[in-house]
Design a protein. Structure first.
Length: 503
């Protein structure tokens, strides 16, 4: 039934989908803006159409135009993630216009896209829910009342949100007014909707996901779990499967709950249920992503399932090609999201032209990317330029393979987060597997600095000089006379201090 696929997206996810289509012998259609006219996904597809109205138009949010291209080319539409992937109105227009939407039904997208509605649905399905509001809060007075009922700390969240936008942690009443104002403002700017709801904040939480896959005949299976707790600014940067924190008994309960919930809401296609888990292994429903996830690669590496292929088959009306007992989970996998950002400068964006690109190769390494030498990374789009994934027969092996791959990965001309990932993979807390979403803020920086001081001879020399300086200051304070020297000790040790500060 599906003879051609249009990907309503760009970058590495467009390439990811196109490659599966090529394996399935399905011709592909790309869309692009003027900024992306030299992008790899444009070159790779059999057909490509510019959707920019002028040179300054950088938007991919053109549902009417995309639909017209799909109908003209006779293509089904795969939305990838982001952009129109969870837009229920777009999915409904596809259904009305007779264009196959490679994803779940518009009704399910709509119901699960409203976070408070999703919480109610999951509660009715027997899924544990984080205490909080079932409807958006009307104003600051209601926020104060709910916060007093559930107890601080609380999390303010955008009703139509995602990617950490509109999210604010409030630890006490003193910070409530400003947090509410900022949360509403960011939600309005990001999603055109300033509605906010409240959840009780789980201290030291783990962000755990369950990958599900269903068809239009009521069959639903899980593809196990993922640990997604390495985050900065509420955005995931490293994911792994399986979670090293979750106990097997808890895992089986969570997987069963996820599958039963999806059966009750009639879910089909690929989807992800996100849970928050506390230190005692209690888990609570967070939200459902009715689309393909960025981190789906680790699941594919451990199960051998091609999620894009199965999404296409299900959209065409086929039943799932396997049952739950057919899914064999093997080993462990880890993914590092490579961003065009400067980790030494508070992860500021680093746009520009990639001058050199040397990709890692070899066993058990997978690279999903649309970057190449000569490609210009634009400020107009998400700074993620690649996803590097490594598999191993166990977690230690997967990490070793990733360390090797990161050492081989060379990108020059722009700053990237590769050095950051290298340091995380040597961090003691990360290696223990017992990390949570506070890792970067509370563990990584301190442990990373200590490790670098131990391993870097320059840091050791500077540290020794500073220690000597402090000892000399203490001795000088006790002395009755000032030592005669050719140069001022103050100037000399001041220079050493400046060197240390600059490092």
């Amino acid at each position: 039934m599906i003879k051609k696929v249009l990907v309503a997206n760009r970058g590495e996810i467009a390439m990811r989908i196109f490659r599966t289509c090529r394996v399935m012998n399905i011709p592909t259609v790309a869309i692009y803006t003027h900024v992306d006219r030299g992008a790899l996904h444009v070159r790779y597809a059999e057909e490509a159409y510019c959707i920019s109205e002028d040179v300054a138009d950088t938007s991919y949010l053109k549902p009417e135009l995309i639909l017209s291209i799909a109908k003209k080319t006779g293509a089904a539409i795969h939305p990838g993630y982001g952009f129109l992937s969870e837009n229920a109105d777009f999915a409904r227009r596809c259904e009305e216009e007779g264009v196959i939407f490679i994803g779940p039904s518009a009704d399910v997208i709509a119901r699960m896209g409203v976070k408070t509605e999703a919480r109610k649905i999951m509660a009715e399905a027997g899924v544990p829910i984080v205490p909080g509001t079932k409807e958006p809060v009307a104003g600051l007075e209601e926020v104060r009342r709910v916060a007093a009922e559930v107890g601080y700390p609380i999390m303010l969240k955008a009703l139509a949100g995602g990617g950490g936008k509109g999210m604010r942690l409030v630890r006490d009443e003193a910070g409530l007014d400003e947090a509410f104002r900022l949360s509403r403002s960011e939600a309005a700017n990001s999603f055109g909707d300033d509605a906010i709801y409240i959840e009780k904040y789980i201290e030291h939480p783990h962000h755990i996901e369950v990958q599900v896959l269903g068809d239009k005949y009521g069959n639903v299976i899980h593809l196990y779990d993922r640990e997604c707790s390495i985050q900065r600014r509420n955005q995931k940067v490293i994911e792994e499967s399986p979670s090293p924190f979750v106990k097997e008994e808890t895992r089986q309960k969570m997987l069963a709950v996820a599958v039963e919930a999806c059966k009750k809401i009639g879910y089909y296609s690929a989807g992800t249920l996100e849970f928050m888990m506390d230190k005692d292994q209690n888990f609570y429903f967070l939200e459902m992503n009715t689309r393909l996830q960025v981190e789906h690669t680790v699941t594919e590496e451990c199960t051998g399932v091609d999620l894009v292929r199965d999404m296409i088959l299900v959209a065409a009306g086929n039943p799932l090609p396997y049952k739950q007992e057919d899914i064999e989970f093997r080993g462990a996998a880890i993914e590092c999201r490579i961003y065009a950002e400067d980790p030494e400068n508070n992860f500021m964006p680093s746009p520009g032209i990639i001058k050199v690109r040397e990709a890692p190769e070899g066993r058990n390494v997978r690279l999903d990317s649309a970057a190449y030498a000569g490609f210009e990374v634009s400020l107009h789009y998400d700074p993620m330029i690649a996803k590097l994934c490594a598999w191993g027969r166990n977690r230690e092996s997967a990490i070793s393979n990733m360390v090797r791959a990161l050492r081989e990965y060379k990108i020059l001309g722009i700053k990237t987060t590769i050095p950051f990932h290298q340091r995380v993979l040597h961090n003691a807390t990360f290696l223990s597997g017992n990390y949570d979403t506070t890792f970067i803020d509370t563990k990584f920086d301190k442990e990373d600095l200590k490790r670098r001081q131990s391993n870097d001879p320059l840091v050791a020399v500077i540290a020794a000089a500073i220690k000597h300086f402090e000892q000399e200051k203490e001795a000088a304070a006790r002395a009755t006379t000032v030592p005669l020297v050719g140069e001022s000790l103050w100037k000399y040790y001041g220079k050493l201090q400046m060197t240390a500060n600059n490092y």
